[in-house]
Design a protein around this ligand. Structure first.
Ligand code: GFB
Length: 300
């Protein structure tokens, strides 16, 4: 077996073991012919497709067109190249933001296409939804064993800490660090009221590796812990772990995005009944530790 992990240097890809983890310079996923050549030359038999143009709420709202175009081309190319090269199994990543904004909770895979995603990230969400459509269509027409997973908000080592494009947890870690350094307020975007499910990247890697070897169904596989956490609680926990004692303030000039997106992980519980998720406290300690070790390269 020869496993290619796309996006192998990113948050998720860094946590997953693979035989080949090319950088963007080594393999341009916007170029279908280049992917086909790469897969053939290395006799790739399995793929975990993590690569995407990703970002938090601000990046998604500022670059709706870019997020749609880049992710649509990348995703379409990866699955088409895998089909042309007879790759035996592909696991692709969607996200809980793909669900309709006015859904029935908890979010279940059958609801994915039942309405418009939230306005803050509809372009990325629609591009990601097409992984489900293309995987099912290639299974129906060609018999491809292509499956999709739906993680909730992922965080951990190797995250993106750029404040303009990052997700909430790395953003708050970096902002808390700066607030300590500069003795300023710790500013949180929005009201702090939204709820999110957070999954530690090590858990994503373990579950995805299991899915690669064991899950062969067309229904997207949701991976999320049971508990939702309020953004204000995340901010307070990060402040506590990092030893910030100043003011935590909320800037409602920034959007809250989706109020909540609780997802139904009953299939995971049924198939992996003994799986233990990393607690948010433990996960944040590991993410903060990684940030502090790499602080110099991140902040310069
Ligand atoms: O993680 P985040 O950017 O993305 O924001 P989403 C989550 C919540 O954290 C929002 C709040 O309510 C933000 O307003 N927040 C507070 C902050 N302070 C900050 C901050 O400094 N930076 C950021 N980024 N947020 C994403 C989708 O939605 O979920 C992606 O846009 C992807 O496409 C990801 O699906 C999993 O959770 O709102």
């Amino acid at each position: 077996m020869s496993l290619l992990v796309t996006g192998g240097r990113g948050l998720v890809g860094s946590a997953i073991n693979g035989d080949f983890k090319p950088t963007r310079n080594e393999l341009d996923l916007m170029d279908l012919d280049a992917i086909v050549a790469y897969l053939k030359e290395r006799h790739i038999t399995e793929m975990i497709h993590c690569a995407a143009k990703v970002g938090g709420i601000k990046a998604n709202m500022d670059q709706l067109g870019e997020f749609f175009y880049a992710n649509t081309i990348i995703n379409t190319n990866v699955l088409e190249a895998a089909r042309q090269c007879g790759v035996e199994k592909v696991v692709s990543f969607m996200s809980t933001c793909v669900f309709p904004d006015n859904a029935t909770y908890p979010l279940t895979p059958d609801q994915i296409h039942n309405g418009e995603p939230h306005s803050s990230n509809y372009a990325y969400a629609y591009a990601k939804r097409m992984l489900d459509v293309q995987s099912r269509a290639y299974r129906d027409q060609y018999g491809c064993n292509f499956v999709t997973v739906i993680p909730c908000n992922i965080y951990g080592p190797h995250d993106n800490f750029d404040l303009e494009s990052s997700h909430v947890i790395p953003a708050l870690i970096r902002k808390c660090d700066t607030a300590i350094e500069d003795r300023t307020d710790f500013v949180i975007w929005g009201t702090g009221n939204p709820w999110r499910e957070f999954i530690y990247v090590g858990d994503v890697a373990e579950i995805t590796t299991w899915v690669l070897k064991n899950y062969n169904e067309p229904t997207p596989f949701i991976m999320s812990p049971d508990d939702e956490v309020q953004i204000s609680t995340i901010a307070q926990t990060i402040a506590s772990v990092m030893g910030f004692e100043g003011n935590i303030v909320y800037d409602d000039q920034y959007p809250d995005g989706q109020l909540k997106k609780p997802s139904d992980s009953s299939t995971l519980k049924q198939l992996l009944p003994d799986f233990q998720f990393t607690s948010i406290e433990n996960g944040l300690e590991q993410a903060i530790g990684w940030y502090q070790t790499h602080r110099k390269e991140i902040t310069t």
